[in-house]
Ligand binder design. Sequence first.
Ligand SMILES: *[C@@H]1O[C@H](CO)[C@@H](O)[C@H](O)[C@H]1NC(C)=O
Ligand SMILES: *[C@@H]1O[C@H](CO)[C@@H](O)[C@H](O)[C@H]1NC(C)=O
Ligand SMILES: *[C@@H]1O[C@H](CO)[C@@H](O)[C@H](O)[C@H]1NC(C)=O
Ligand SMILES: *[C@@H]1O[C@H](CO)[C@@H](O)[C@H](O)[C@H]1NC(C)=O
Ligand SMILES: *[C@@H]1O[C@H](CO)[C@@H](O)[C@H](O)[C@H]1NC(C)=O
Ligand SMILES: *[C@@H]1O[C@H](CO)[C@@H](O)[C@H](O)[C@H]1NC(C)=O
Ligand SMILES: *[C@@H]1O[C@H](CO)[C@@H](O)[C@H](O)[C@H]1NC(C)=O
Ligand SMILES: *[C@@H]1O[C@H](CO)[C@@H](O)[C@H](O)[C@H]1NC(C)=O
Ligand SMILES: *[C@@H]1O[C@H](CO)[C@@H](O)[C@H](O)[C@H]1NC(C)=O
Ligand SMILES: *[C@@H]1O[C@H](CO)[C@@H](O)[C@H](O)[C@H]1NC(C)=O
Ligand SMILES: *[C@@H]1O[C@H](CO)[C@@H](O)[C@H](O)[C@H]1NC(C)=O
Ligand SMILES: *[C@@H]1O[C@H](CO)[C@@H](O)[C@H](O)[C@H]1NC(C)=O
Length: 592
Amino acid sequence: MLPKVVLYVCGCALLIPTAIAANSTYTNPIFPGFFPDPSCIFVPERDDTFFCASSSFEAFPGIPIHASKDLVNWKLISNVLNRPDQLPDLAITNKSTSGIWASTIRYHQGTFFIMTTLVFDDADQFNSSRWDNMVFQSKDPFKSSSWSDPVHFDFVGYDTSPYWSDNGTVYVAGSHPWHVAPGITMTTINLTTGEAGSDLRFIWNGTGGLAPEGPHIYSKDGWYYLMIAEGGTGLTHMETIARSKTIDGPYTPNSANPIVTNANTSQYFQTVGHADLFQDPAGSWWGVSLATRSGPNFTTYPMGRETVMFPVTWKTGDWPILQLVRGQMSGWQMPPPNITIAGEGPFTDTADHLTFPPKSSLPIHLVHWRIPINGSYTVSPSGHPNTLRLSPSKLNLTGYDGNYAGSQGQTFVGRRQTDSLFTYAVNMEFSPQAQGDEAGISVFLTQNHHVDLGIVLLPNSTSSASPKPLVPYFRFAATSYLAVPPPILVPIHSSFPNYTTLSDPTATTLNLYLEVKANNLTHYAFSAGPVDAMSDVINIGYAPAADVSFGFTGTILGVYATTNGRNVNATAPGTPAYISDWKYTPQGQFLD
Ligand SMILES: *[C@@H]1O[C@H](CO)[C@@H](O)[C@H](O)[C@H]1NC(C)=O
Ligand SMILES: *[C@@H]1O[C@H](CO)[C@@H](O)[C@H](O)[C@H]1NC(C)=O
Ligand SMILES: *[C@@H]1O[C@H](CO)[C@@H](O)[C@H](O)[C@H]1NC(C)=O
Ligand SMILES: *[C@@H]1O[C@H](CO)[C@@H](O)[C@H](O)[C@H]1NC(C)=O
Ligand SMILES: *[C@@H]1O[C@H](CO)[C@@H](O)[C@H](O)[C@H]1NC(C)=O
Ligand SMILES: *[C@@H]1O[C@H](CO)[C@@H](O)[C@H](O)[C@H]1NC(C)=O
Ligand SMILES: *[C@@H]1O[C@H](CO)[C@@H](O)[C@H](O)[C@H]1NC(C)=O
Ligand SMILES: *[C@@H]1O[C@H](CO)[C@@H](O)[C@H](O)[C@H]1NC(C)=O
Ligand SMILES: *[C@@H]1O[C@H](CO)[C@@H](O)[C@H](O)[C@H]1NC(C)=O
Ligand SMILES: *[C@@H]1O[C@H](CO)[C@@H](O)[C@H](O)[C@H]1NC(C)=O
Ligand SMILES: *[C@@H]1O[C@H](CO)[C@@H](O)[C@H](O)[C@H]1NC(C)=O
Ligand SMILES: *[C@@H]1O[C@H](CO)[C@@H](O)[C@H](O)[C@H]1NC(C)=O
């Protein structure tokens, strides 16, 4: 609403809008949690809706699409990568820094396009086969099933982004491998066939920062603007821009570069860069970028690289001016609140209470690490209504050497941590049968960074019998590149001596409540207890959030099941775990 000013002229009262509309306030991040490398558009032809895409690395389903009508309420509407056969190679990527990198979303003549790169093993980083570039299309991005299979195209590099010129020629700009020759290259492309031009050329090498990447081309007032990220995606990250009268260049850098960064500041939001620009229905400009809530200390940032938004002032013929990123923001008046929006997933700030009712499928905000093994996740299996059955994988969450999993996969499903403070809890029914059988909850960042509270069947270490009888333990254990708390083993039956079913040594079915909470900014607390006996919940272990602060991804809170290395197959499928009453409760955001 425009504020009205009452003027008295000749004794008549006139209502006229003031020249300056009231500005809006909002908070960052707009998508808290593991949503890096944002790309956003505004599409007037689709009911004045904003659409954004994020990177997803090894997460599957991948390339989440959020939509909003008001820039404040954002809903997960679909996942571009939602069928294993769209991209089977995601299953064989190695390391947490591989997988789906920066996706660009664009809309052209009724079709939505996602251009992205699947990145393979780091060991092969000098080889052009490391990069698999591709384009997905949809005419109805509110449905995951609407996203096409990808059309692959040859491009040595990553972070590819399309630009349509008025005469129909489509250009693709991307980042040349920084280890080889850093710079932004461009060629033409046929988006139907994926045939890229042979005229790949450097159009701008940036201002000298590490890894010039994430390019986007915009045209405005007779100029082509080329906006890129530089400095690497850590503390020296920044956004720079250059412009040219012709799309081929030469591009002249802005003397005001970098146009946005929080490098060399004491801000809580760091690593600001990798931006995209778009307009709202009133014509005001906005930008999105990634940022990390770490402070300059860069020690504790488990949610990794998140999506932030900032107002942009872009006057005719001038360079765009990007507002600095903070937790509390104010800027252009936003469209009025409107949460009437189609799509399959929840709004970004929604709590979870999942009960896995019969005939339902997993909600679309749940993810696996790489492509899930068919049949390992069953909602309401017969005899266990309102549960999710996890069939164990041979591999545990670390997998082979922490970097790959191969065709074995890993049984894990989770949701992103989206709040500084939260409680995540599930009930689990589990009857471990063989040594090493394990199921539990995890704060998972990568195969080399996770904190787990599991129930595991192990020999009773204090027994003098031979062989030592197998007994179920709570096992709390963390894996990280940093120092981790020592593992804790607690015999389950002796933990709850007055709980009859659990203290019966012949009872093999454990019905337990498992919980992790961020009880403050720096630590997670893991607890467990009998189901339906909250007063008996005991604290088992604490882990620093710094142990899961690393790299390109953000923490995922979920459940896992494994045999810890024993083969599983159709005749010996291992012991399933049944998950119910999955709850995620947001309890606060730190903004500075
Ligand atoms: C909210 O958005 C829906 C869908 O685009 C539209 O039909 C409706 O009119 C909007 N409501 C308001 C109050 O603007
Ligand atoms: C992943 O790592 C494994 C083990 O080192 C190797 O066999 C495989 O070829 C690697 N995959 C790719 C795509 O590089
Ligand atoms: C299309 O337009 C671009 C500029 O946007 C120009 O460089 C190119 O030569 C044009 N191509 C054709 C076939 O006209
Ligand atoms: C792209 O390739 C298809 C198939 O060869 C062709 O029909 C189409 O005209 C091409 N598009 C452009 C813009 O050249
Ligand atoms: C950018 O760097 C590449 C590779 O080092 C070089 O070939 C090219 O001339 C440079 N381009 C510009 C515009 O400086
Ligand atoms: C910065 O991190 C170090 C550990 O790397 C820690 O000892 C120190 O207390 C931290 N300082 C602040 C201000 O958080
Ligand atoms: C409203 O926001 C814009 C964009 O941030 C800014 O340029 C302008 O100064 C603000 N206006 C007022 C009255 O604060
Ligand atoms: C392990 O064995 C010791 C010695 O026999 C016994 O006291 C203890 O209860 C056993 N622990 C469990 C969890 O059964
Ligand atoms: C177990 O004992 C504790 C401590 O005496 C008590 O608070 C709790 O209610 C008991 N739980 C059950 C299930 O009896
Ligand atoms: C956070 O929680 C952990 C575990 O309870 C505790 O050791 C640490 O002192 C707490 N930190 C602060 C700042 O309260
Ligand atoms: C995880 O599995 C590997 C074999 O795949 C095994 O070597 C390792 O001991 C397991 N970790 C635990 C904690 O059992
Ligand atoms: C299935 O795995 C078990 C070990 O868990 C093994 O003993 C058995 O031979 C395997 N069966 C087949 C058909 O591979």
